[in-house]
Design a protein around this ligand. Structure first.
Ligand code: HEM
Length: 377
């Protein structure tokens, strides 16, 4: 099996796990359902997506078949961690899960550096975002590993872990990818994307480190970090509104979801800051419902066709993409509404997000069946 065959399975695994975990959330232990979504659902999919994009960004040959084992190792690590949570928080389970996922992160990082060294010329600026994201994940997992040896530091290491993972691992991967993916979805290149990625990385990466260290040990640093991230997001947002306003506010297509994911991520910064000074908000739920769900649904709308049938693009790909992108405009609003409500502790927030995701999942399944049957839209 080549690596590319694994990606659609990881997309459907993530969408299925997200939907199940969201409906289960009101009755489940918080860390268990959050890790089901973030570690079991999102982490292996991100690894799979990175191993698809790294050869593109380095203009090198397609990934070797063995690279498919990396997302699988991450999935096994995540499953171990969730099992440890479900069994009441077994430190050995956390440590084994973290160790396995760290090995996967390191393997992908080393592979990326090798591809970078083997290529002619310079890689696309997005590659550095992926490497920064993998470094964040590695340190985030190391902090859980370390907490097993220094339980007295658990609260600080937990805060370090959660911020490095959410803003660093998922955030940097997503914002790096979105800078390339939204112009692709809109069908018009963004001539400034590579330069903006290069200029924004120190602010986004530095901002993540400051927020994580600040949340763990010294709060004022976190405010500086949030300001740095806000600057990077403001630059991206202004460019997008100038270039892609029509696609972003359209009723269909991947662009409305991709842009609303970036907006959802931006909202997490003030929500996190407000929660830190005692406002009763839940930034983790906002992160999931207003950022992660539109991100994965939007990316799937654009990328599933090429991941299902890599190679020359034809009418089949266009037809499937059109079907997957149908009604993404209203879906973006529903995700945003559900995310804001969930972040505000309103009971209907997560069920609304879950129902919106289920709608996308069913639409994706129906679209696949119809394009397989050769029905044109
Ligand atoms: C795969 C190995 C992982 C292990 C062993 C692990 C372990 C832990 C542990 C022990 C905690 C503290 C739970 C508590 O407060 O009781 C925690 C919290 C957290 N982790 Fe992980 N984690 C892993 C992966 C991830 C990933 C990949 C993400 C996100 C991308 C993530 C996001 C979080 C978040 C958001 C929290 C805070 C949960 C809350 O608000 O209660 N973790 N993790």
């Amino acid at each position: 099996m080549t690596r590319l065959n694994v990606l659609p399975a990881l997309v459907f695994l993530a969408l299925g796990v997200f939907t199940g975990a969201l409906f289960w959330a009101p009755h489940a232990d918080r860390a268990t359902y959050l890790h089901l979504m973030l570690a079991v659902g999102a982490m292996p999919l991100i690894f799979g997506a990175m191993s698809h994009f790294i050869p593109v960004l380095t203009r090198t040959r397609e990934a070797e078949a063995g690279i498919a084992l990396i997302p699988m190792a991450a999935l096994a690590g995540a499953a171990l961690a969730v099992a440890a949570f479900a069994l009441g928080g077994l430190a050995q389970g956390w440590q084994s899960g973290a160790g396995l996922a760290m090995a996967a992160a390191l393997a992908l990082f080393v592979w990326s550096r090798r591809r970078r060294a083997a290529m002619l010329g310079k890689p696309h600026a997005c590659l550095a975002w992926y490497e920064a994201a993998l470094a964040c994940l590695f340190v985030a997992l190391l902090s859980i590993f370390a907490a097993g040896f220094w339980p007295q530091h658990f609260p600080a290491l937990r805060r370090l872990h959660l911020h490095l993972n959410t803003l660093g691992f998922i955030g940097l991967t997503a914002l790096g990818t979105l800078a390339v993916l939204l112009p692709t979805a809109a069908g018009r290149p963004d001539a400034g994307a590579a330069l903006r990625l290069r200029q924004n990385l120190p602010w986004a990466f530095g901002g993540t480190l400051l927020i994580a260290a600040g949340a763990a040990w010294f709060a004022p640093l976190a405010w500086l970090g949030a300001a740095a991230w806000a600057l990077a997001l403001a630059r991206l947002g202004t460019a997008w509104l100038r270039l892609y306003r029509a696609e972003i506010f359209a009723p269909h297509g991947a662009a409305p979801l991709l842009a609303s994911a970036a907006a959802g991520f931006a909202l997490c910064l003030p929500a996190g800051a407000a929660a830190a000074i005692g406002v009763t908000l839940d930034p983790a739920r906002l992160f999931i419902a207003a950022f992660l769900l539109p991100l994965v649904s939007g990316a799937a709308s654009q990328l599933l066709p090429v991941w299902l049938r890599p190679g020359v693009q034809n009418a089949w790909h266009g037809d499937l993409r059109r079907r997957l992108g149908r009604h993404n405009g209203p879906r973006a609003l529903l995700y945003l509404g559900g995310g804001l409500a969930a972040g505000w502790h309103l009971e209907w927030g997560l069920p609304l997000s879950a129902a919106t995701l289920l709608w996308f999942l069913l639409q994706a399944a129906a679209s696949l069946i119809l394009v397989q049957q050769g029905k044109t839209s």
